[in-house]
Design a protein. Structure first.
Length: 94
C-alpha cells in the first residue's frame, strides 16, 4: 500500500535550515527503514497516537511524522534537535 508524503509548513522551514549531511541521513533512513514499515513500535511517541520518530545521534536530531490510515498520508510534523522536537509536536496539535 502506498502513502502520500506531506510536510507541515513549519517542518518544511526547519528542514530547509538543516545541514545537507543531516538531510541526507534522514533521507537514507526513510528509504531504507521506513518505506516498508512506517509503524515501528520502538519509535512510537508516547501520548501521541500514530506518530513516530526517526532519530540520528550525531548530531542529536529527530524527525517526527504522523501516519494516517484514513487518508493514506504520512505527514512530517517536526524536524529539530532532540530537546525541541517533542514540544514542537505538541504545539502543532499532533
Amino acid at each position: 500500500m502506498s502513502y502520500e508524503l506531506a510536510i507541515h509548513p513549519d517542518a518544511e522551514r526547519e528542514w530547509s535550515r538543516l545541514d545537507e549531511a543531516v538531510k541526507r541521513r534522514f533521507k537514507q533512513k526513510l528509504k531504507k527503514e521506513r518505506v516498508a514499515n512506517l509503524r515501528v513500535a520502538k519509535d512510537a511517541l508516547h501520548g501521541v497516537p500514530d506518530t513516530y520518530k526517526i532519530k540520528i545521534t550525531t548530531p542529536q536530531f529527530r524527525l517526527a511524522y504522523h501516519v494516517s490510515e484514513a487518508t493514506h498520508c504520512v505527514t512530517i510534523l517536526a524536524v529539530s534537535s532532540r530537546d525541541d522536537v517533542y514540544d514542537l509536536i505538541k504545539l502543532r496539535g499532533a
